[in-house]
Each structure stands twice: as C-alpha cells, then as structure tokens.
Design a protein around this ligand. Structure first.
Ligand code: G3P
Length: 213
C-alpha cells in the first residue's frame, strides 16, 4: 500500500518526507486555500520535495475548461496528476487525458458505479471519500470493498486511492480490504506510529539499561 499525504502545507510534507514514508501527495482546492498560496506555487514546491504522484485539482466544471487547466497543470512537472471531479464533464475529460497518457485522479467518488465510470475511462486513480460517507452513516470501507471486487473482476488497472481518511483505523481497514493507496493528513500518518505498549516498553528498556551501567 502506498501512503500519500493529503495537504497543501509544505512544512507538513517536509516533516513526513524525512520519515521515508511519503509516496505521493494529494491536494484539493480547500487544502490549497488553507496554504494561503497559489496552486501553481504549492504544486511546484511539492514536486521538488516528493518524487511521486502529486495530485492537483481543476476548478473548471466544463470539459473544455478542465482540459485547458489540465494542460497548464501538467506543464508544472511530469509527476503532476490531474484531479477531476466525478461528473459527466470530469469523466469525459478523464478519457481525453488518459488517451494522451496524462495521469488522472477522479475525485469525489461516493459509489461503486461512479468508480466503474472512472475505471472505464482509464483513470489512473479513483478517490472514494470514506470519511465523508461515514459522516452520513454509510460505510466508507464497504465502498472500497465493492470497488476492489469490481476492479479485480475486470482487471481494471485504476488504483483505488482511499481518501477522506480521518484516523488510523481507516488506514488499517483500507489496507485489509486492498486499497492501493491511502491519502491522509499528517496527524493521521503520525498516529500510525502510536501504541501505548511501545511507549511503556521503551521506557522500561531505558530504565533497565540505566541499572546495568
Ligand atoms: O483530498 C480529498 C480528501 O481526502 C478530503 O478529506 O477530510 O475533507 O473529507 P475530508
């Protein structure tokens, strides 16, 4: 399973890159807005820090506008992945871009049928939003399971990118059901390290070591 950081804050990326665990980065308009910088600036800097797929989202809602934005975003760096919303225009633009071998990440996926559309049009990644489904009482993880079965049934190469990941259990469950990637905030990635018995055990080892001096 690959780990992506879901952020537009460069300092957070620098911190996690140092742990050797960041395979890529995803952003969205809300995350870029939080950074207080332009998307182009942020994406350029992220590409200089992480040698992996970096998702940058289009703002246009029509196919022509999306393709125009995609062209500009793709010029920033070879690692840029064009993030498109799961709409008729987004899925149509996905087909055009995948035919040109430009990498895509179809976002705002909330159903297995939507994921099937993205896969049929050659998306590199599809992003089911598991936290937002959980928020409304649906099963985010159930959706990942369904998409896994469908993609395996037909051998679709589209990767399942578990998004809207909120806590460490989401990561564990997404790994168990076979998501290819989990994108998460820095706080969530940090929480993966944590177990109280690790802290207690380390404290005891260090105390015992002192006794042996
Ligand atoms: O990048 C999309 C995403 O992961 C959104 O997460 O927490 O805003 O639902 P959240």
């Amino acid at each position: 399973m690959e780990f992506f950081l879901d952020t537009g804050i460069v300092d957070e990326i620098k911190e996690a890159v140092d742990w050797g665990l960041v395979n890529g980065v995803t952003t969205n308009p809300s995350l870029i807005a939080k950074s207080g910088r332009t998307q182009e600036d942020v994406i350029k800097e992220i590409c200089s820090l992480v040698n992996g797929p970096i998702s940058a989202e289009v703002i246009s809602t029509d196919k022509v506008g999306m393709l125009k934005e995609a062209e500009e975003l793709a010029k920033i760096h070879d690692n840029v992945v064009i993030k498109l919303p799961l709409t008729i225009d987004g899925i149509s633009a996905c087909k055009v871009l995948s035919d040109q071998s430009i990498k895509t990440n179809v976002t705002l996926c909330f159903s297995a049928n939507q994921a099937l559309l993205a896969a049929k049009n050659g998306a590199t990644y599809v992003s089911p939003f598991i936290g937002r489904l959980d928020d409304i009482g649906h099963s985010g993880m159930g959706l990942i399971e369904e998409i896994r079965v469908i993609f395996d049934n037909y051998g679709f190469p589209t990767q399942i990118l578990a998004a809207s990941v909120r806590h460490s259990d989401h990561v564990r469950e997404a790994a168990l059901v076979g998501a290819d990637v989990a994108t998460m905030p820095l706080s969530c990635m940090k929480s993966l390290f944590k177990h109280p018995l690790t802290d207690i055990g380390l404290e005891k080892f260090l105390a015992d070591h002192k006794k042996s001096l």
